[in-house]
Design a binder for this molecule. Sequence first.
Ligand code: HEM
Ligand code: HEM
Length: 129
Amino acid sequence: MKMNGMTSLWARTALIWFLVTLCFGMFMGMTQQFNYAPAHAHLGVLGWLSSAVFALIYGVAREGPEGARAPQIHWAAHNLGLALMGGSLFMLLRTSDQSWEPFIAIGGAVIVLAALWLTVMMWPRLAAR
Ligand code: HEM
Ligand code: HEM
């Protein structure tokens, strides 16, 4: 397993989302507002867990050009998409204002596009050797 730039960036990103998810979970429990569970759940699975898996994927993949833009674009898109989706979902659950819905959809779509981008980018680098 290698500790290249992207492995390190994703592993650190995972730790930040982990802390955010834990604090959110504690907030929900302490204030008895379990209706926030979908927002909390997605920060956990798409933030903490997915970021940790991305770090592992970069760790086992064939070396790419150091400092390349493509992996950095995926990192930015996934994290911005998740912040938009999670934040808007939180606001929708908090205010019941349906005008947050398009922002949840845009955030989700950005995450899906980022995932396609990652798949195309990493596919050749994950061939058996
Ligand atoms: C673009 C990405 C995603 C979108 C737009 C999305 C959307 C949704 C929606 C609409 C629900 C139903 C929520 C409800 O019943 O109130 C849901 C539930 C759930 N999703 Fe996702 N999902 C995404 C990615 C993922 C991923 C990658 C995972 C797992 C690794 C995941 C795990 C779950 C779980 C565990 C639930 C049930 C938890 C709960 O709502 O309390 N989701 N998701
Ligand atoms: C201090 C740590 C945490 C606390 C206090 C906490 C608290 C909670 C609470 C109160 C719920 C709602 C349960 C309900 O509706 O009955 C929940 C749901 C959930 N949490 Fe956490 N959580 C924590 C950490 C995490 C982490 C690290 C993850 C990582 C993925 C996670 C993933 C989920 C998921 C997927 C659900 C939705 C389950 C479902 O809808 O069936 N939680 N959490």
